[in-house]
Design a protein around this ligand. Structure first.
Ligand code: CMC
Length: 392
């Protein structure tokens, strides 16, 4: 029969050609369309980066203005979606709610599900980027029993998200511009990361011709796992569980023990065998945000920094080239901003949506595109005859 290459976990199989994101795992470099992530994190902003990822170049002033206007125009969700949210249990994890609601977008926006029509593809893309913050904020409000807050189109993308999460009708809430900037930076750092598990899921789902809302829902479902986007929640919960610096050695010991399933969350990466450049930016941001909020001596940040230091000097982690990844410090910032841990992965999901869409669009316009269909090495039973139940 046919001979296939066996590559569990796809560690050495390129599934596509892409012009979007480049990672050099040995050097610890990450570029979006050629621009280093550090430069974008310092000088750009999320919507500009969205434009860059989607269309390949940085926008000029009028292109950016037009793009921002188009996204802003689509921030509201269909009013009937409010009822859809109400069908979920209050105590549902916001990611569970998001998988469902985003999947349901193809029922609410079926006028942009024809993937053969470039205009519909464009509208669906803008709708997803515009509505994901609204949906994530609604999932949060629902989970804490507060009323949904409508988007406010006078606010920028990040401020609007913070406002939808933290404002209540009873009290005036003003978004701190410095916090909005930190939020925007977190969105930017998560915007794309080439062919990771959730992006590959989106591409595979999309390769069958499924509509973009269904594909993004599949991506969100995949992102949720603790080995992927769910690691940001798991990492902060781990740091909180460690609690104090003196407890670190015990957790390091457990992480190295092959009979203990425990792993240091927010540590290690399939591609980076060096510092994750996003973790470096995030670490600086954590210091800035805590400073800004006047939080001194944050025990969790202290534990994180000490844990990083001890791990980076430990032979086990050095040998395996395990460094902090994007999820290691992000939770400290989000938590200081007031988000519960259950909102960390939804924030990752809304940030990554643009990456998923950019990759999905790239795939559809690739002449080499065909349905994704991995093969297998069959190692099951040989051909045998059915035995009636009475004879078994
Ligand atoms: N703690 C302890 N040991 C680890 C860790 C860790 N966090 N990560 C990897 N190892 C060990 C692993 O046990 C293995 O050791 P050995 O060779 O002795 O069996 C070796 O390092 C290689 O690990 P692997 O599991 O073969 O590597 P992988 O490329 O399949 O997994 C990973 C990558 C990110 C899933 C893994 O490092 C991990 O589970 N990390 C913790 C979860 C995490 O932080 N995930 C977030 C990834 S970053 C972005 C995102 O959110 O998606």
């Amino acid at each position: 029969g046919d001979v296939f290459t066996y590559d569990p976990g796809f560690t050495s199989t390129a599934s596509c050609e892409s012009t979007i994101t480049f990672i050099d795992g040995d050097k610890g470099e990450l570029w979006y369309r050629g621009y280093p992530i550090e430069q974008l994190a310092d000088n750009s902003n999320y919507l500009e980066v969205c434009y860059l990822l989607l269309y390949g170049e940085l926008p000029n002033e009028s292109q950016l203005k037009d793009f921002v206007a188009r996204v802003t125009n689509h921030t509201m969700v269909h009013e009937q979606m409010h009822n859809f949210f109400r069908g979920f249990r209050r105590d549902a994890h916001p990611m569970a709610t998001m998988v469902g609601v985003v999947g349901a977008m193809s029922a609410f926006y079926h006028d942009s599900t024809d993937i053969g029509d470039p205009w519909q593809r464009e509208v669906a893309s803008i709708r997803l980027i515009a509505k994901l913050p609204t949906i994530a904020a609604m999932a949060y409000k629902y989970s804490i029993g507060q009323p949904f807050v409508y988007p406010n189109n006078e606010l920028d993308y990040a401020s609007n998200f913070l406002n939808m999460c933290f404002s209540v009708p009873a009290a005036k809430y003003t978004v701190d511009p410095a916090l909005a900037k930190a939020m925007d930076r977190i969105f930017t750092l998560h915007a794309d990361h080439e062919q990771n598990a959730s992006t590959s899921t989106v591409r595979l789902a999309g390769s069958s011709g499924a509509n973009p809302f269904a594909c993004i829902a599949a991506g969100i479902a995949c992102l949720w796992g603790p080995a992927h986007g769910g690691a940001n929640q798991a990492a902060l919960e781990m740091l909180q569980e460690i609690g104090t610096v003196d407890q670190i050695p015990e957790y390091i010991r457990r992480a190295k023990d092959k009979d203990d399933p425990f792993r240091l969350m927010g540590f290690g990466h399939r591609v980076y065998k060096n510092f994750d450049p996003r973790a470096k930016v995030m670490k600086e941001s954590a210091d800035e945000v805590l400073d800004l909020l006047g939080i001194e001596n944050n025990e969790t940040l202290k534990v994180a920094k000490e844990l990083e230091k001890i791990a980076l000097e430990d032979e086990y982690f050095v040998e395996r080239k395990l460094y902090p990844n994007v999820d290691f410090y992000s939770g400290i910032i989000l938590s200081a901003m007031g988000f519960p841990t259950s909102m960390f992965t939804p924030i990752f999901a809304l940030s990554r949506t643009v990456g998923w869409i950019s990759q999905w669009k790239e795939m559809l316009s690739d002449p080499q595109n065909k349905i994704g269909r991995p093969r297998q090495l069959y190692v099951g039973a040989d051909k045998r005859d059915y035995v009636p139940v009475a004879n078994r």
